[in-house]
Design a protein around this ligand. Structure first.
Ligand SMILES: Cc1cc2nc3c(=O)[nH]c(=O)nc-3n(C[C@H](O)[C@H](O)[C@H](O)COP(=O)(O)OP(=O)(O)OC[C@H]3O[C@@H](n4cnc5c(N)ncnc54)[C@H](O)[C@@H]3O)c2cc1C
Length: 394
């Protein structure tokens, strides 16, 4: 059987794989291997599709800041439609959470983001269904955007092809071995070889590392549930922001004329075709009834998706501690779509043995703080996550 060679092989055609393939295709031939019959089937196709610079842990939210320019002004020819449209985000604090809200405001201001701090009463002008008795203050982030994830993914893959790269679907990596200076890979759709491999397999990154003969690493998928219901009749929801509570027990947003809500569940999972969890569907409905004046009469749609985390929830991007030709682009958690553009440039710099892009370095991202070799990622016991490790980081 013939073997197709490339300079870089990327495993996974979610937003991570497609974006790093796009970056690397400027430097050489890239082949993306995707086990499903189409790209974006798993986490990337199941997200809430927003970009907020106030969402996620410190380093991820900085990568969101570094991704904003690409999403707002993509290169010529990338897409015919806007990648982002205004949404706004509202973060609601209960009594006792004001200090946390103030710290978030300071961090956002230090990165040049626009914000407005208000009382929960005043926040009704942004979102008229908040149960204001539950909250005391709010932070409004006007520059939070909805992302057209499909246009983003399609744009990356279109440019990849135009630069001579290739997406191989039904291309599940089944064998992965280092032989001399190349990785040899077998899939049902052919065999491939490249000196450098990028592991962008989302919830499956650990499986890919194991196939490569690398030890267990603490990068673990967790399921999240989303529920869609009809808004109150007569309400004009399109201008409502994505609304979160600071304690992270729910968020909701307008979604194609309906409301999407998540109870922000986080249940450790095997990598799989995730489904909505029925108990979490009930909790999502209860949160809407408790924290808003809306009523959920019928669930119109629901789904589950995987979010994959290192214990500290920060990016896992860089050369493997044991095998430097194996590049990790993992641990995207809940920021993979919004922060993906900068994460891809960062991963590409490691694949190319280049400096971290200066705008990303200026935000305090270093080789060490995103490294797959940092202690909490390496600190696994044999073949499973250390119990308590993830909880310790919250
Ligand atoms: C309910 C929910 C809401 C979210 N909301 C947001 C949001 O608003 N904004 C945001 O930025 N992020 C959000 N996220 C997170 C975001 O969806 C993820 O961070 C992102 O999609 C991860 O992308 P990925 O490419 O790493 O993973 P994936 O999209 O899962 O891609 C990995 C790919 O690897 C492939 N693969 C696996 N194993 C193999 C193999 N052996 N061979 C070949 N291919 C393989 C898989 O088939 C898959 O297509 C949300 C997630 C969920 C679940």
């Amino acid at each position: 059987m013939s073997v197709e060679t490339a300079d870089f092989i990327v495993v996974g055609a979610g937003i991570a794989g497609a974006s790093v393939a796009y970056e690397l295709s400027l430097q050489g031939k890239v082949i993306v291997l995707e086990m499903e019959s189409s790209p974006g089937y798993h986490s990337t196709g199941r997200s809430a599709a927003v970009m907020s610079e106030n969402y996620g842990p410190a380093l991820w939210s900085r990568l969101v800041t570094a991704s904003r320019a690409f999403l707002e002004t993509p290169p010529d020819g990338f897409t015919d439609v806007p990648l982002v449209t205004p949404r706004g985000a509202l973060f609601l604090a209960r009594d006792g959470e004001q200090a946390q809200l103030a710290a978030q405001a300071d961090e956002l201001l230090s990165r040049g983001a626009s914000i407005e701090l208000t009382s929960s009463e005043e926040a009704l002008r942004f979102c008229p269904v908040i149960r204001t008795s539950e909250f005391v203050s709010a932070l409004y982030e006007p520059d939070c955007m909805d992302i057209d994830t499909n246009a983003l993914l399609t744009g990356y893959l279109k440019v990849l092809r135009a630069r001579g790269g290739r997406l191989v679907t039904n291309g599940k990596v089944e064998v992965l071995e280092r032989s001399g200076n190349v990785w040899r890979i077998s899939t049902p759709s052919g065999s491939f070889e490249a000196p450098v491999i990028v592991n962008a397999a989302g919830g499956w990154v650990q499986e890919i590392a194991s196939l490569a003969g690398l030890p267990y690493r603490n990068v673990v998928p967790f399921r999240r549930t989303a529920v869609v219901f009809d808004p109150p009749s007569g309400s004009s929801i399109q201008s409502w922001p994505m609304t979160f509570d600071v304690a992270e027990t729910f968020y909701f947003k307008p979604e194609a004329g309906r409301i999407m809500v998540s109870p922000v569940d986080m249940a450790m999972s095997e990598p799989c075709d995730a489904q909505a969890d029925e108990l979490e569907v009930a909790i999502a409905i209860d949160r809407i009834h408790t924290y808003t004046t809306m009523e959920v009469r019928t669930v119109k749609h629901k789904w589950g998706g995987l979010r994959t985390f290192a214990p500290d929830h920060e990016p896992v991007i860089g050369r493997d501690a044991q095998e430097p030709s194996f590049i990790w682009l993992a641990g995207q958690g809940g920021n993979g779509v919004m922060g993906g553009a900068a994460a891809a440039r960062l991963a590409a710099s490691f694949a190319l043995n280049a400096e971290i892009p200066p705008d990303i370095a200026a935000l305090g991202i270093t080789t060490e703080n995103v490294s797959p070799g940092r202690a909490c990622v390496l600190d696994a016991s044999g073949d499973k996550p250390v119990v308590g490790t993830f909880e310790a980081f919250g």
